[in-house]
Design a protein around this ligand. Sequence first.
Ligand SMILES: NC(=O)C1=CN([C@@H]2O[C@H](COP(=O)(O)OP(=O)(O)OC[C@H]3O[C@@H](n4cnc5c(N)ncnc54)[C@H](O)[C@@H]3O)[C@@H](O)[C@H]2O)C=CC1
Ligand SMILES: O=C(O)[C@@H]1CCC=N1
Length: 273
Amino acid sequence: MNESTIAFIGAGNMASSIIGGLINNGWPTYQLIATARTEETLSDIREKFNIETTVDNHQAVGKADVIMLCVKPQVMKEVLTDLSSSIKPNALIISVAAGITMESLQKWGGEHLSIVRSMPNTPSLLQCGASGLYANNNVSNDHKKLTDDIFNAIGIAKWVDQESLIDAVIAVSGSGPAYYFLLMEIMEQVGSRLGLDNETSRQLTLQTALGAARMATESSVDAAELRRRITSPKGTTEQAIKTFQEQGLPELVEKAMNAAVDRSIELAEALKD
Ligand SMILES: NC(=O)C1=CN([C@@H]2O[C@H](COP(=O)(O)OP(=O)(O)OC[C@H]3O[C@@H](n4cnc5c(N)ncnc54)[C@H](O)[C@@H]3O)[C@@H](O)[C@H]2O)C=CC1
Ligand SMILES: O=C(O)[C@@H]1CCC=N1
């Protein structure tokens, strides 16, 4: 097991998912430290994960081999600028923030820093995460291996060789779980309107999502073929799929994913100074 100590700066939703996933995979709790603005958030984290916490970012960073920046994009500048003097020279910095560029991170933290921009997602908690990773030129092979160890412990991880592709990762997997949750919410509601009691509709919807995801990931054929196998000619599925296609679902999904990319670019521009 890895001997590195990881400091999570900003122990909110994303950090908790990564911390939980690492612990579920056997990462020693004594090698994890988390910070937040309030003692209340930290006491939740201690209760859930039994790890060291502090409101003092400098204290956490001083001990850390890996500094995972998990604050909102809007406070990243303030947090990183303040921390730059406490970061150990050989530490690895990993940002999870959407829309904060490598250029900004280097400007605020220091040009010499080894920085990875990551884009994880919340299923990391269940070790079912999907993360994209992009490294600056200071990141050594050992630091890349360490990054792989962390992100592979909580799911799958893919390196991209152009920073702009992190925006594509945001649109696909960073924000992606929310798209599936939205579809689940809608299917549950429609099932109830069709006469099922709420609990039955909920359970059938969720089990169907789980079953479909498992078939898509575990079977040797692609999603299109799995869909065809359900779609009997002149049957019921055909009518539902035809409705999705005719009403523009593919275009709508593309538009939604492009909106996520556009927002990341907009944030990067607005927060760069
Ligand atoms: N929620 C998600 O599904 C994903 C989020 N992200 C990224 O993760 C980052 C955090 O997002 P969430 O966890 O959703 O937000 P969140 O609001 O749940 O967590 C942010 C945490 O930062 C803490 N914080 C604020 N200022 C601080 C400071 N000065 N020092 C230390 N801690 C401070 C807050 O107390 C809070 O607990 C964002 O940059 C977001 O782009 C990336 C991928 C997915
Ligand atoms: O919505 C957001 O901005 C963050 C980044 C990806 C998922 N949540």
